[in-house]
Design a protein around this ligand. Sequence first.
Ligand code: URA
Length: 407
Amino acid sequence: MIEAWLEDRRLGREQDEAALRGFVQGVLDGSVTRAQAAAWLAFVCLRGMSRCETAALTRAMLESGERLTWPGIEGRRLDKHSTGGVGDKVSLVLAPVWAALGRRVPMLSGRGLGITGGTLDKVESIPGFRTDLDPSELHRVLKEAGCFISGQTERLVPADRVLYALRDETGTVASVPLITASILSKKLAEDLQELVLDVKFGSGAFMPDRERAAELTDSLVETGRAFGLEIRAFLTPMDRPLGRTVGNALEVAEAEAALAGEGPEDLRDLVLRLSGAPEEAARALDDGRARECWERMVRAQGGRPEEERRRPELGRAPLRAPRSGRFLGFDARAAGRAAFLLGAGRRRAGEAVDPDVGLLLEAAPGDEVSAGQPLAFLVHAGGRGLGEARAALEAGLLWEEGREEGL
Ligand code: URA
């Protein structure tokens, strides 16, 4: 017979804080079975949840594990969350920019899945860089460098780990209240005062539809504010890759160029917008302070950036323009897929990624190009996935008259 709490969910009846807390605890201690939890998730996915329930679920998840605290560390603590995209290396630049401005950035990030890159995969392409810091190491790095980029610790929001895996398995990831509770419970466990949200829409985004992305933004903002977090939210397009690189080490190199006051304009512009203090942030990028914070963080997390990986099998294959004309760029989804096929991404959680492969996008959207000119280079490891990746990238070529047919 169906339990009353599950029946309430099935009928879309409001569950109170105690019921939601009981569910989360039950998922962790096994008194709620996997089948019950999967049904509960499916009901939420189909029937939704009120804002009040979303906040209560967030609280129950947050309280399912330990929370980080930062005794003795001065400065306003903030972090940024992006729903992820293709070539999105903003975190690598923004965290040290904020640190240079005297803020403190305890950034816990995730790994990529499918076409979406993950910040942890990017920083792990730096030889020696550790992302498994324990709370006392996190404290030390935050104090020394003003920022860290690390993975979830074992004991932080364990309910999310269990529920997220179940959502992935049962196709119930795409639910605004479940995403809200998942993201915010983890961010709240970092003990922040401010959170900046970069919610993406467009072909390369987790939620391509702008209206759905806006709905998620509203839910995140309202729920976060109920916890006293100051939130600034941005809804930004992800229909072209951000910057000119896609792939882990390639993106780190591009982020380092941006930290030296160089690098592509779209990346710098987005970093400055999200920073909340564009003029100060621009100064920190141009005068080397942001770069110093980055280097301090890399060292403090064990990174040895001077160490080269010797990989004679790495090669660069050009993708040449099949025609002359005004090039409008690569579709983000196609570029993400091409990088994934070269080995930069993973199909399933737990799989390894190749740190060095990916795309170098030579031509910029809006360039006039000539037939035969290289538009991009596919950086591959001994030809792995090259044919398929090239086909994927070619299918995403955009021209002024629209998508090129027959490629
Ligand atoms: N990222 C998260 O951390 N959780 C979600 O549910 C979706 C994206």
